[in-house]
Design a binder for this molecule. Structure first.
Ligand code: KG4
Ligand code: ZN
Length: 351
């Protein structure tokens, strides 16, 4: 089954063609980073204008790279939320029009469902049950994924998402947007042990997390130490210590989730899962504990079209469809986000 996946929920215009939910035939991404960088964050109005300007080209290139024509496709999957409303509207409208024009099934996909489905892209088999951490700019959620049956939300951030903490922390340190990759790079030459930032663990047995206190601790530290005077503040050390605090919390809570669910497989996905220190630490602790870690390669951790096609595949094989654009009808998007987190979207995975 060949699915085209389209993603426009934030600042990446992405499209990919994926075979049977696993094999990426093409993957094209137009990043708007350069446009939003001078504003220090995503400007929604600019994001949706830019999506509209490049989406045709991005989709056409994805098909061309895969050596396919629209006629070869089995369906079109598109992110329908959560995300920036105007940005989503561009992808959904485009996908609806494509599906209608070429008589293809349309599958609306939840963005977080897409991030989780990314674990299938480079794995022939994925063992279930599993515990999953979805950690991005908008979410920091822990799920239990059973062999069959609904996903269960085990815990989440009670304030900022981990990616948001990276972005805000980077801004305070004068690093460019997006902050996560900037801190990741800066931390490479830093010593994470020189500054003690708090690890906001909340209650011991709770799987909820909090990152806003850490951001405040960074602000106080910078004020106290005379930032931006680099004679008193060594930015790589601050970046490394700040990053380590986030990594420690994410790793500890993910391990607790695996323990509570008594599972041997751990999924970690979403933009922050591209973080070098997080990947290394997870690799170490999972090896020590005999856990099998499923973490997509960095390209498929951050927003991309392939993860949407992968998630769409599982909906397709369950015969789920979204309404296509009827002739002459207004371009409207269902305000309802796919109720994926309370249904068994993993049903149908082949062993
Ligand atoms: O999943 P994603 O691409 O978009 C959302 O769904 O939010 O995640 C974007 C987030 C941003 O906050 C970005 O700073 C963070 O992921 N991020 C990283 C890294 N790469 C992206 N955070 C830490 N280290 C990275 N290498
Ligand atoms: Zn995302």
């Amino acid at each position: 089954m060949l699915l085209l996946g389209i993603e426009t929920s934030c600042d990446e215009t992405a499209a990919a063609v994926v075979k049977d939910g696993r094999e990426v035939l093409s993957h094209v991404l137009y990043s708007q980073e350069r446009i939003h960088r001078k504003y220090g964050g995503v400007v929604p109005e600019l994001a949706c204008r830019q999506h509209a300007a490049v989406i045709s080209e991005v989709v056409a290139t994805a098909l061309e790279k895969a050596g396919l024509d629209f006629r070869d496709l089995s369906g079109v999957a598109v992110t329908q939320g959560p995300g920036l409303m105007g940005a989503l509207l561009v992808g959904v409208s485009y996908a609806k029009a494509l599906a209608y024009r070429h008589g293809l099934p349309l599958i609306g996909v939840n963005h977080l469902e897409g991030h989780i489905a990314a674990v299938h892209l480079e794995n022939r088999t994925v063992d279930l049950p599993a515990a999953a951490l979805v950690v991005s700019g908008g979410h920091t959620n822990l799920y239990s994924i059973p062999v069959d049956g609904p996903l269960k939300l085990l815990g989440q951030t009670v304030d900022d998402a981990a990616g948001e903490a990276f972005d805000k922390g980077a801004k305070m340190l004068g690093l460019p947007y997006p902050g996560g990759p900037a801190i990741d790079r800066m931390a490479e030459t830093g010593d994470p042990t020189r500054i003690a930032f708090p690890r906001p663990h909340l209650k011991k047995d709770s799987l909820d997390m909090s990152f806003s206190g850490l951001k405040t601790a960074l602000r106080y530290y910078l004020e106290r130490s005379g930032f931006p005077d680099t004679r008193t503040v060594h930015v790589p050390d601050v970046a490394a210590a700040f990053q380590q605090a986030i990594v420690d919390v994410l790793v500890e809570k993910t391990l607790s989730a695996a323990e509570q669910c008594r599972v041997k497989t751990v999924f970690v996905t979403g933009g922050v899962a591209a973080n070098t220190a997080l990947r290394e630490r997870l690799g170490e602790v999972c090896r020590t504990r005999g856990l099998s870690l499923r973490i997509p390669s960095p390209t498929y951790c951050t927003d991309n079209g392939a993860m949407i096609a992968a998630a769409g595949y599982y909906r397709m094989i369950r015969r789920e469809r979204s309404p296509r654009l009827p002739a002459g009808a207004a371009l409207t998007m269902s305000p309802q986000v796919a109720p994926v987190m309370n249904e068994s979207w993993f049903t149908g995975i082949e062993p």
